[in-house]
Ligand binder design. Structure first.
Ligand SMILES: [Mg+2]
Ligand SMILES: [Zn+2]
Length: 198
């Protein structure tokens, strides 16, 4: 099956530049708590610290892009329209917190579709990088699954954070910094930025 162009929620004009930087967020498990195939607005519970994290990265000139696998669409668990309704709700909540999400790219396919956008394939990332004229080396990604990190790495993004359940204790995954909270990402990024200046 051929890959269709991912759905984009909002593309403000005039935002792209050679120097642009993107913070890529996985959705389920990073933006909202992963309840396994979130299909209704009522299922959305935001992950602690997500708005503060986005504000921090906006202040550091990052544009926010959500890149999300949504195989629930291919499985018939929810429709494209239902997915879009949930995204509209999420983006409205971001706006209420003063945060602009540049775009949302999603893969609606299932594993058997063999598309190039389902993570760990890099398609969602490469499409955003191309569309917003952004170099992978200027970007950061945050995911809660190893396949999120694999996809980002395959797109050339080297600064990746893997958000893990505090109950789990695996500790490391290739190509990523493993954290237990979104707040920890802000702390690490602040420290790395300071080190880079000195
Ligand atoms: Mg996830
Ligand atoms: Zn796909």
């Amino acid at each position: 099956m051929k890959c269709t162009a991912p759905f984009q929620t909002t593309i403000p004009e005039g935002v792209k530049s050679e120097m642009s930087k993107i913070l890529f967020l996985d959705r389920d498990g990073v933006v909202n708590i992963d309840k396994h195939f979130v299909s209704r607005v009522e299922d959305i519970v935001f992950v602690e610290g997500i708005f503060q994290l986005c504000k921090y990265f906006e202040e550091h000139d990052y544009q926010i892009v959500i890149a999300t696998n949504q195989s629930g669409i291919a499985r018939g668990l929810f429709s494209e329209q239902e997915f879009q309704a949930i995204m509209s709700f999420i983006l409205e909540e971001f706006r209420r917190h003063g945060i602009v999400v540049l775009a949302c790219f999603h893969c609606p396919h299932g594993l058997e579709d063999n598309c190039t956008c389902r993570k760990p394939m890099p398609g969602l990332f490469t499409q955003a990088l191309r569309q917003f004229n952004t170099e992978a080396e200027n970007c950061i990604s945050i995911g809660d699954r190893e396949r999120d990190i694999e996809a980002a790495l395959a797109a050339g993004i080297s600064q990746n954070y893997l958000l893990q359940d505090p109950q789990m204790n695996t500790g490391h995954f290739f190509g990523s910094i493993v954290v237990k909270s979104l707040d920890e990402i802000v702390q690490i990024h602040q420290r790395l930025s300071l080190e880079a200046q000195n």
